[in-house]
Design a protein. Sequence first.
Lengths: 111, 112
Amino acid sequence: KQEVTQIPAALSVPEGENLVLNCSFTDSAIYNLQWFRQDPGKGLTSLLLIQSSQREQTSGRLNASLDKSSGRSTLYIAASQPGDSATYLCAVLNGNNRLAFGKGNQVVVIP
Amino acid sequence: KAGVTQTPRYLIKTRGQQVTLSCSPISGHRSVSWYQQTPGQGLQFLFEYFSETQRNKGNFPGRFSGRQFSNSRSEMNVSTLELGDSALYLCASSLDRGDGYTFGSGTRLTVV
């Protein structure tokens, strides 16, 4: 069974600092990995999708890397802003067509 | 283009009742998945439908069921509601598994 871990559970950073969020998974036989953002009481917004054959994906201030062999992914958010405050979720897709989620990183960016 | 639409947004039900939630996927998406989110358990997979067939099912009791229609819209039904069924229910759609998932805003179910 795929286990996904995100550490730390919560963090606060001052505005302008770079954010580094880590995700680890136990089964490296993944199809792809997707990072989501969730605001309180809302649904999930997809940020980046990394296929198993890729090493990284970038979108604006966001960059996600994938090291499948070691079971790790890292989400980098450059020059954080208060609007980046949210919970960030890592989800891994195995061949069984179900996403396995971590518990999330709750981020607060302090103005 | 329109996103994934879930209705209703909020529901309050009494223990023992049943409830039906609806999900309209992005046009052209044939895969629809359902997830339950609670503070304690996080996001847990319920089931996935593809072209009207249930392709995968999570570890939930038989009180949780679903179906998909020919236009890819999906419904989820929970019978004999329990207090522990209170959660945010999220629907996600995809072209197919390699294409990533788009989630709806969810239905907040409260069982009293």
